[in-house]
Design a protein around this ligand. Structure first.
Ligand code: F3S
Length: 435
């Protein structure tokens, strides 16, 4: 029997799919992941339920596979993940061809629906779907914040941190299996351990607190790159910057700042104010001048005035962030922000996004240009014709830029080497192997 899992949404979903794939493989199934063309006995769609586009993509995928089932190309079709967690009953009514809808926490029920049982010895096991030299490391589920544009806590629940001993043991296994880069993910990485009151746990007999700084220090001892995602600019994040300066953790922070106007941040109910964020960024750069800062922002949040938008532009001009994503506000069904007054018309949102991205492209180009002539340690992702495609500490896979190694045709995925940067464009660098 072949099981094909299609994963939509974010890396948290991907890790869930990897756990399920490991269970199926152990039960003797042939497993496929995101194999859009190949037929399979069973297809499981792991859905996203966040913004409208993501929901539409999930629904379209389900409809497409319902058609495959009608034509007899697949025998069973299951739907799991965030969309299904939130709209299970509605979907069940609309899509009777689907053999079962499951939520985010329903791995045992999915296995049961296929006549199997959960193998408790494999709870930590994963079938990696990423290239073998990097892997996501999920340290917690859920989130305690109440951002008015977001409904993810209604699907993923409140903060639920994994004990630090479990996280470190998993990280160790991944590194032993050849992983060179660990991508730390969660909904709110900086809150790690708050729900467990920073409980003391053990890793290899050593006492370690379930807390961000302690986790990062120990992860840094494994010898792999450690990259931190979804970090809020809380005061205690300052403790991580010296670990970056020491080389234990990559000098990279992915901090979803969302806006630069304190008034809008308040309407969003974001936990950290813009003013503090700028001070914090300044301080981080003093301690670790090489730090790369990535962030995401929303333009056109309800009530955003021209003045708020100007403040946002001033903020990004001042912050000089390295990597930035910008999204137009998208009303998420069930989010409190939908009821705020002053929704911004679509054409104004589009104009603001364009102005924002233009300014950020200039910032990004200048910051990358400043790297020409430097030597960067890079991790190779693969070789395309004559050029090796790699990433430096400044580049997370999938979302950031790349470093093209012009004389790297003989390199292989997973190679770590020094590259002398010879050229830069808006988002990527190119260079030659440093002898
Ligand atoms: Fe991720 Fe989408 Fe769920 S962004 S947490 S898969 S709603």
């Amino acid at each position: 029997m072949t099981v094909n899992i299609l994963t939509l949404g974010c890396s948290k979903n991907l890790v869930d799919s990897e756990h399920l794939l490991a269970q199926f493989r152990a039960s003797g199934y042939k497993v496929l992941h995101n194999a859009y063309e190949e037929s399979a006995d069973v297809v499981i769609i792991n859905t996203c339920g966040f913004i409208l586009d993501a929901k539409e993509e999930s629904v379209e995928s389900i409809l497409a596979y319902m058609e495959e089932k009608r034509q007899g190309n697949i025998r069973k079709l299951f739907v799991m993940g965030c969309l299904s967690e939130r709209y299970r009953e509605e979907l069940r009514k609309e899509m009777p061809e689907v053999d079962g809808f499951f939520g985010v926490w329903d791995m045992p029920a999915i296995l049961e629906a296929m006549g199997n049982t959960l193998d408790n010895r494999l709870l930590q096991a994963r079938e990696l779907t990423t290239p073998s030299h990097y892997a996501y490391l999920k340290i917690s589920e859920g989130c305690n914040h109440k951002c008015t544009f977001c409904i993810i806590p209604s699907m993923r629940g409140k903060l639920d941190s994994r004990p630090v001993g479990d996280v470190l043991s998993e990280a160790e296994r991944l590194v032993d299996a050849g992983v060179k880069e660990l991508l730390v993910i969660s909904q709110d990485t900086s809150a790690y351990g708050v729900d467990l009151k920073y409980k003391l746990d053990f890793w290899g007999g050593k006492p370690v607190k379930t807390r961000m700084t302690e986790l990062c220090r120990e992860l840094g001892s494994l010898g792999a790159w450690v990259r931190l995602h979804y970090v809020y600019p809380y005061p205690h994040v300052d403790e991580l910057i010296p670990l970056m300066a020491e080389g234990l953790v990559l000098p990279y922070l992915d901090i979803p700042l969302q806006h630069g106007s304190p008034r809008i941040l308040k309407l969003m109910k974001r936990p950290a104010a813009a003013e503090n964020a700028l001070n914090r960024i300044r301080k981080w750069r003093e301690i670790c001048p090489d730090i790369t800062l990535r962030s995401t922002f929303i333009v056109g949040f309800p009530g955003e005035t021209e003045d708020d938008f100007e403040q946002l532009l001033e903020f990004i001009n001042e912050a000089q962030l390295d990597r930035v994503g910008c999204f137009q506000y998208s009303p998420v069904a069930g989010a409190r922000a939908n009821h705020l007054p002053g929704h911004v018309p679509a054409e104004i949102m589009a104009e603001r996004e364009q102005a924002f991205m233009q300014l950020q492209a200039d910032i990004s180009r200048n910051r990358l240009k400043a790297k020409v002539g430097s030597v960067q340690k890079v991790l190779v992702d693969g070789v395309d014709e004559n050029v090796a495609i790699a990433r430096s500490s400044a580049d997370a896979p999938e979302i950031d830029g790349q470093v093209y190694i012009l004389d790297g045709q003989h390199l292989q995925a997973g190679d770590l080497l020094d590259v002398k940067i010879t050229d830069a464009d808006d988002y990527d660098l190119s260079g030659l192997i440093q002898p």
